[in-house]
Design a protein around this ligand. Sequence first.
Ligand code: TRP
Ligand code: SF4
Length: 326
Amino acid sequence: MKKRILSGMRPTGPLHLGHLFGALDNWVKLQSDHDCFFMIADWHALMSEYEDPSKLSQYTIECAADWIAAGLDPEKSAIFVQSHVKEHLELYMVFSDFVPLGWLERCPTYKEQLRELSSRQLHTYGFLGYPVLQAADILLYKADAVPVGKDQLPHLELTNDIASKFNKLYGDVFLGIKPFLTKTSKLLGIDGKKMSKSYGNFIALGDSEEIIKKKCSQMFTDPERIRLNDKGHADKCNIYTYYNLLRKDRASEVYDYCTKARIGCTECKKNLAEVISDYLADIRKKREKLLRNKSDIRDILKDGAKKASKAASETMSEVKEAVGLL
Ligand code: TRP
Ligand code: SF4
């Protein structure tokens, strides 16, 4: 029996290189020998975007297109939208009844998000319950493992706590789950901070060549290299990290000309723009083609929801029986 995997992303903005190297590439590899469920977490997106959800459906469709363009295969994996499978909210409700407020108030990601998204009004009932819904997402599918980045670990711990508490109250329905930490190559944004939608420092999978050029020209480089004949410190330069990840075969050449001050940063960045653009060319083409036929994407999501619903409804029947609902 193949091990089952579930993971998800929130459709709150365009997918970028951080998603590609931090998650998607790994998901693509996992789908050949795992039973995979990949979910677009639109209910979770609404928790932080409820004041202006006008782009939610666009981002949901684009997210699916990006995933497929990056190599997720709807034949192998269930690719679906969270709100299309009604059991997520049902299990969330069952959990909500017994999860102590303290678990949620103490959750480090909760405090962090309130701080980071301080322009939004997130002192809401729904946002506090974010990890409860995530636990429902995971436990509904009885996933063996959840591939996520380190930032999600507190949510997985809570998921296990919720599973144990459920079992204690109503009998053994859920097993513990394991995180499947993605060994991420840290790719920083154009300003040298973590690449993130909220910082606006990302290179999106759908960015045009022009935009990539512009963004690369704005990238932070070795601050100690001011003049052309100052020797650079490639190891400390974000541009060099990109080369190592995208064109390993050219990294030593870059290291060489940088540390010997043979070419300037402006030219180095111009070359990088081409490297990124070439790297994304196939994904961009596939994504554009998919987005020209949105009804095909909708069909894929419908099919994914069907597969997901099958697994989810089985678990939910067990849950209802264990809890004592008619
Ligand atoms: N919280 C996750 C994130 O922000 C998204 C998510 C929602 C998720 N439900 C999930 C991830 C279930 C893994 C499993 O990235
Ligand atoms: Fe960075 Fe390239 Fe400039 Fe070296 S030459 S500091 S690698 S941008």
